[in-house]
Design a protein around this ligand. Structure first.
Ligand code: NAD
Ligand code: DAU
Length: 370
């Protein structure tokens, strides 16, 4: 199915030579796939800049690399490496940045916050500063820096209420603090230097190619392998789940028609207590993989809570719906079903990302520089 976007390419922005950072990760690789395969009329070039950390997997886009030669380029490098980033702006005449690259896992940020500050704060700063210097004398005014961020910057909600675009920032983990800092830098570059920035804060994504440390893929794989299902705390923390393709459609909508200097909330309007979600997921996985749901339920195991675990996230995305005519189109039932099907059909991807096999694959196919 092709996505039709209203007024395709009526925008001033050329969105032609697009630097996608973190395009080998979960959301970024789905974004690249989405633009090439689902967006009617898209004929730009995508340059994927990724450091291939544990979370980045070049194999996720192996078919795209083969199919879109001349329009898709992979560049192995670190967003903190200013000289390398500058060279990419010159080499590809970058007019657009969509910035996904980040350290993204809250638990890891608790164990080792430094990488989060480096990549999320310094890396974002480096990209903003290079973009500013490359574009400041550009008379065409057709450039854009879209910064991809999270609802976690808003902190934690009680039983009622929603995060809106005007909710004060209140980050509570090293991950969310580093993302909050990056958001402030992005908006400061807009306010101070006039860099054309749009920013989105999204709720929890799920779907194909998600690294199996995040709740949904971790639980799917543990169920299939008969391992315990570790539920943090009382299992009643609430997240607002959105299928990754709906997130990427929202990002593209904002890139095309969003106002610079503005932020947009993106959410699923789909709140679930973790334990309730797991019970639904158990039924789906057991039906597809022919497992006994009672036996799998028996592996649910309440474990020590995540330190500082935010209780509830819930997004009010009415601004995006009202102003830019976006809406979610994949129901939770459909999205979970597609996700489970994908993990069942892709054991090699799972094996490769877990074993580090993809690193060997990259070296074999592309040499040391990748
Ligand atoms: P991910 O961890 O799956 O992927 C991150 C990618 O960034 C990887 O390919 C990794 O190799 C790359 N990367 C990391 N450090 C880098 C560096 N220094 N230089 C270049 N590349 C580097 O993350 P994700 O879940 O796809 O998240 C993408 C973005 O979306 C992040 O900015 C995250 O904060 C945001 N976000 C994620 C969610 C979610 O539910 N996953 C929700 C809202 C917002
Ligand atoms: O809200 C957006 C954020 O969603 C993104 O910015 C982050 O990059 C992304 O990782 C995600 O953060 P969460 O911490 O919400 O996601 P995670 O999958 O780690 O956990 C979801 C919920 O499940 C959370 O309440 C913690 C709980 N959990 C998680 C794991 C991994 C468990 O109970 N057991 C687990 O083993």
């Amino acid at each position: 199915m092709g996505y039709k976007f209203k007024g395709v390419f009526e925008t001033m922005r050329s969105l032609t030579n697009i630097l996608v950072t973190g395009g080998a990760g979960f959301i970024g690789c789905n974004f690249i796939r989405f633009l090439f395969e689902k967006v009617e009329g898209f004929n730009g070039r995508l340059i994927n800049l990724d450091a291939l950390t544990y979370a980045g997997n070049r194999m996720s886009l192996a078919d795209i690399e083969a199919k879109y030669k001349g329009r898709y380029f992979f560049e192995h490098g670190d967003i903190c490496d200013r000289v390398f980033v500058e060279s990419l702006f010159a080499k590809y005449e970058i007019d657009t940045v969509v910035h996904f690259a980040a350290e993204s896992h809250v638990d890891r940020s608790i164990l080792g916050p430094e990488a989060f500050v480096k990549t999320n704060v310094m890396g974002t700063f480096t990209l903003l500063d290079v973009a500013h210097n490359a574009w400041k004398n550009n008379p065409r005014q057709d450039t854009l820096f879209h910064h991809v961020s999270t609802d976690e910057v808003f902190g934690s909600l009680g039983e009622t209420g929603y995060f809106t675009e005007t909710t004060p920032y209140d980050p509570r983990s090293p991950y969310s603090a580093s993302k909050a800092a990056s958001d402030h830098l992005a908006m400061a570059y807009n306010h101070t230097y006039g860099l054309p920035v749009t920013l989105s804060n999204c709720s929890n994504n799920y779907g194909p190619y998600q690294f199996p440390e995040k709740l949904i893929p971790l639980m799917i794989l543990n169920m299939l392998e008969g391992k315990p299902l570790p539920v943090y705390g009382d299992g009643k923390n609430i997240r607002d789940w959105l299928y990754v393709e709906d997130h990427n459609a929202a990002v593209w909508t904002i890139m095309r028609n969003g106002k610079t200097g503005e932020t947009y909330n993106i959410g699923g309007e789909n709140e679930w207590e973790n334990i309730k979600l797991l019970n639904v997921l158990i039924d789906i996985v057991c039906a597809k993989a022919v497992l006994d749901p009672a036996k799998v339920r028996g592996t649910l195991s309440y474990v020590k809570d995540r330190p500082g675990h935010d209780r509830r996230y819930a997004i009010d995305c009415s601004k995006l719906k009202r102003e830019l005519d976006w809406k979610q189109i994949v129901s939770f039932e459909e999205g979970l079903s597609r996700t489970v099907d994908w993990y069942l059909a892709n054991p090699q991807w799972i094996e490769s990302i877990r074993s580090g096999e993809y690193q060997k694959w990259v070296q074999k196919n592309y040499g040391e520089r990748g």
